[in-house]
Design a protein around this ligand. Structure first.
Ligand SMILES: Nc1nc2c(ncn2[C@@H]2O[C@H](COP(=O)(O)OP(=O)(O)O)[C@@H](O)[C@H]2O)c(=O)[nH]1
Ligand SMILES: [Mg+2]
Ligand SMILES: [Zn+2]
Length: 296
């Protein structure tokens, strides 16, 4: 039996890369298919497969996943690079907090990346993310245009499965291209071969980096996924709130309007910034609204 990782799946075929980097076109053993979709292999899955005499393979076992991103599905992603631009477009802090919450909920290692540093003064650019550094988030400042910070980015991606999340136009494609010229072309070629526009069916592919490590070719996550959160989970996704959780007067405190709220006390003292707290309240209301719509 061989071990490998599914780098791409479509039309019932699974492309599995073994430990030596050889790619096998595999089918899934019938018993796995019948397993109520639970074990259907997706990109990122670590699998055991049998090699057949014609050089293809059969996946016999899917190893339990450590993480799972959906829409599109990809397994075992370890790290998300949440990407924004220093300018063009301006940094949207609410969107940043949304990405952070989804990444925290998915239990991914998080790095916040500020691209297009060539458009701003170095110190001004770094000031944009200071508050997130204070919370403890790792940050990286770079420019796909000048290659500033690209070496550091390559080191961050080394030996991990990562995704780049971020709005359109912040420079994710340009960054990938600066990290490894030609990397994204792999996916373009595939979509041409199967005669589909790149924007129709999306097939996630794990792209291999020369320096070790892989990048999943997916936008990361979509904003909807927040719907699946429960209101009481939300404070746990703001690391700077953790100290205050469980310290409020009321056990079921939502940290919104209740008296004796430890979280609001932390906001008053400056341990939690006004902006982050405001976004917490916005997300809380959205989640509560969704729950009401579903009739809870
Ligand atoms: N000045 C500057 N422009 C950049 C940089 N990175 C990307 N761009 C430009 O920003 C636009 C969007 O980049 P793209 O990689 O397509 O963004 P994506 O939608 O996140 O993949 C393009 O016009 C790029 O040339 C950068 O570091 N500096
Ligand atoms: Mg792009
Ligand atoms: Zn409270």
């Amino acid at each position: 039996m061989n071990s490998g990782i599914v780098i791409k799946a479509y039309s019932g075929f699974y492309y599995v890369k073994d430990e030596l980097g050889v790619i096998f076109q595999c089918k899934l053993r019938g018993r796995l298919k019948r397993d109520k979709n639970k074990n259907t292999a997706i990109p990122g899955d670590r699998v055991q497969f049998e090699e057949l005499s014609d050089g293809s393979g059969v996946i016999e076992e899917v190893i339990p996943r450590t993480t799972l991103l959906t829409r599109p599905a990809v397994a075992n992603v370890e790290q998300v690079i949440i990407t924004f631009a220093a300018q063009k477009p301006d940094l949207n802090y609410k969107l940043l907090d949304q990405f952070l919450i989804m990444a925290e909920a998915s239990e991914l290692h998080i790095v916040i990346c500020l691209n297009k540093m060539d458009l701003v003064d170095e110190s001004a650019g770094r000031a944009f993310l200071k508050l997130y550094e204070n919370i403890g988030y790792p940050t990286i400042y770079c420019s796909a245009k000048t290659s500033y910070g690209i070496k550091e980015m390559q080191n961050l991606l080394h030996d991990k499965i990562s995704v780049f999340a971020g709005a359109s136009g912040v420079g994710k494609s340009a960054l990938l291209n600066a990290i490894q010229p030609g990397l994204k072309l792999q996916t373009g070629e595939v979509s041409k071969k199967i005669k589909r526009g790149t924007h129709t069916t999306r097939h996630v592919e794990l792209l291999q980096l020369h320096g070790g490590g892989m990048v999943a070719d997916t936008p990361g996550f979509s904003y909807f996924e927040m719907e699946t959160l429960a209101p009481e989970e939300l404070p746990y996704l703001f690391p700077e709130m953790s100290e205050g959780i469980g310290c409020c007067r009321y056990q079921d405190c939502t940290h919104d309007h209740e008296p004796g709220c430890a979280i609001k006390e932390m906001v008053n003292k400056g341990a939690i910034t006004e902006n982050r707290y405001e976004n917490y309240i916005i997300f809380l209301k959205e989640i509560q609204e969704k729950e009401r719509e579903r009739g809870y």
